[in-house]
Design a protein around this ligand. Structure first.
Ligand code: HEM
Length: 513
């Protein structure tokens, strides 16, 4: 049978074929010219699934860097992971090409079903992302703007000292409580209750559920996204019921503190905060109110766990390195004296303490692998093909423990940041530990302020030392937990006031408000 085709259809068919051949050729040539970055060889279908470490991935990724170079890659079930093991390459890709590398991975369980995709850390790149970032920038985006919140930082850190004095053995929970108190004060002007605070409990519950929902390998739906359409009643759809319950905790965490601010504003009793200043500024549209609510919740979820890790690491470092603590105390004594507590106004006069703060950020990696960036289009970088959709992971732990950059990188040594003749200061770790490009941590000034004031006030009034039990010195070990946010593993130390004067400073009525 002969089929007569209209010449137009024939021409269309032909051009489609040519277009197809052209695309194939481009793809072939692109791939031919530019291979994926090197890495361990995977197996068919599943790729490198068996090479993936189950804990402290940053250590394995750093070893791959030694073998394969500063950009290496693996593929897990079709998902390309590009690992960056030097600051230079992270800056070249994530900072300088931020128009390509600013998206986030799509997480089915935590992001889509539970709803964390509405918080900034998981928000896809786009208009809403830009609006949240603008809000953050206007309210905590520089040291100058941050000034308005510094009294709240000092106030809550004084409360921290009182709690530590009363129960030094509960150090880690005091640190957590204080981080929550500072961020709830800044986000909502809310003063946390001494015990069993409902907002702190709610936020702790939500962030714990976040960790469970986003744990790698935790839910099949993350591997087979179509499962998200399975109805709630379907046998085995346990994950849907969990998602629904966790989503309701998240909504409470977003709505309840927001409603509290509105009530306080109506009663004329609202304290200055991120939320109150925006709610007061004008009549918000419902979209603007949505942005505000979820940005404030992003503040909480971004801040609550991170500074906790850094400040706990500070206490560990002071336990392990008493000569460092002593030098910082001598500096504080000579600059501030013993009649008052140090404050932010002293910061410029305390070079050793400032170096110590940098060393806290370097020595303990709070976010060892930052948060993955997602490539929004194909790219060729350094001769390597980076396909659209690849997850690009800067190995911040490696960047801050690279012996080529930091001398004796595992030692806690603030001196490395002090310029001396013949030995320039080593690079400031804060340039990398807060991430890169358009996704760089928007809370970095707040984090830096919290860590500074905690170190300064704690060293001014406490001596921190190794614990002695039954005549035996307990030697703490610096080891960290696995996770997006990594914490020093629990350790014991002794915390005693430095003098009677220190006790009275901590207990001073002036500071108890
Ligand atoms: C020791 C303290 C902290 C460290 C080391 C830290 C580190 C980081 C890192 C590495 C990222 C990912 C950046 C990237 O993708 O390139 C990030 C994102 C983020 N951080 Fe922080 N952070 C800290 C404290 C804070 C605080 C106090 C806040 C809130 C006030 C905060 C809010 C956020 C938010 C909302 C994001 C998501 C940004 C986005 O996706 O656009 N962080 N942080």
């Amino acid at each position: 049978m002969v089929v007569n085709l209209h010449p137009c259809i024939l021409a269309l068919d032909l051009s489609l074929v040519i277009l197809g051949l052209y695309i194939l050729r481009r793809l072939f040539l692109a791939r031919g010219r530019a291979p994926l970055p090197p890495g361990p060889k995977g197996i068919p279908l599943v790729g490198n699934i068996l090479d993936m470490p189950s804990e402290k991935e940053w250590l394995t990724f750093a070893q791959w860097g030694e073998i394969w170079g500063d950009i290496c890659s693996v593929t897990v079930l079709g998902q390309h992971l590009i690992i960056l093991n030097s600051a230079k390459v992270a800056i070249e890709m994530l900072d300088k090409k931020s128009s390509i590398y600013s998206d986030r991975p799509v997480l089915q369980m935590g992001g889509e079903l539970v709803g964390w995709k509405n918080t900034l850390a998981l928000l896809p790149y786009g208009d809403r992302f830009r609006r949240y970032r603008r809000l953050f920038h206007n309210l905590i985006g520089s040291n100058a703007i941050m000034k308005q919140y510094l009294p709240a930082e000092e106030h809550e850190t004084r409360r921290f000292l009182r709690r530590v004095l009363a129960k030094p053995e509960d150090l880690s929970s005091h640190i957590r409580w204080t981080a929550g108190a500072i961020i709830l004060r800044i986000s909502y002007g809310y003063e946390v209750k001494e015990n069993n605070d409902p907002f702190v409990e709610l936020a702790d519950k939500a962030t714990e559920q976040f960790s469970l929902a986003t744990a790698p390998g935790g839910f099949l739906v993350d591997v087979i996204p179509v499962l998200r359409h399975v109805p709630l009643w379907f046998p085995g759809a346990d994950f849907q019921r969990k998602a629904r319950s966790w989503a309701s905790t998240l909504v409470d965490m977003v709505e309840l503190p927001h409603n509290y601010v509105k009530q306080q504003l109506a009663a004329g009793t609202a304290l200055l905060s991120f939320s109150s200043s925006l709610l007061e500024s004008k009549q918000l549209t419902s979209e603007e109110e949505f942005d505000l609510k979820w940005s404030a919740a992003s503040l909480y979820s971004g801040a609550a766990d991170t500074t906790v890790s850094a400040i706990y690491a500070f206490f560990l470092a002071m336990t392990l390195y008493p000569t460092v603590a002593k030098r910082a105390q001598e500096e504080l004594d000579s600059v501030v004296g013993n009649d008052r507590l140090p404050g932010f106004e002293d910061r410029d006069e305390l070079p050793y303490l400032n170096a110590l703060v940098k060393e806290v950020f370097r020595w303990n990696s709070v976010a060892p692998l930052a948060v993955p960036h997602r490539a929004m289009q194909d790219d060729i970088h350094d001769g390597y093909f980076i396909p659209k959709g690849s997850l690009v992971i800067p190995n911040v732990w490696k960047l801050t423990h690279d012996a080529k950059v930091y001398e004796d990188p595992f030692a806690f040594n603030p001196d490395r940041f002090i310029d001396r003749e013949g030995k320039p200061a080593e690079p400031d770790p804060r340039d990398v530990c807060f991430g890169f490009g358009r996704r760089r941590c928007p809370g970095l000034h707040l984090a830096d302020a919290s860590v500074f004031i905690s170190c300064a006030m704690a060293l001014a009034v406490f001596d921190i030392s190794k614990c002695v039990e039954n005549g035996r010195v307990i030697e703490p070990i610096h080891d960290n937990t696995t996770g997006t946010i990594s914490h020093p593993k629990p350790f014991k130390c002794t915390i005693k006031p430095r003098s009677e004067k220190a006790v009275s400073l901590i207990q001073s009525e002036e500071f108890s408000r």
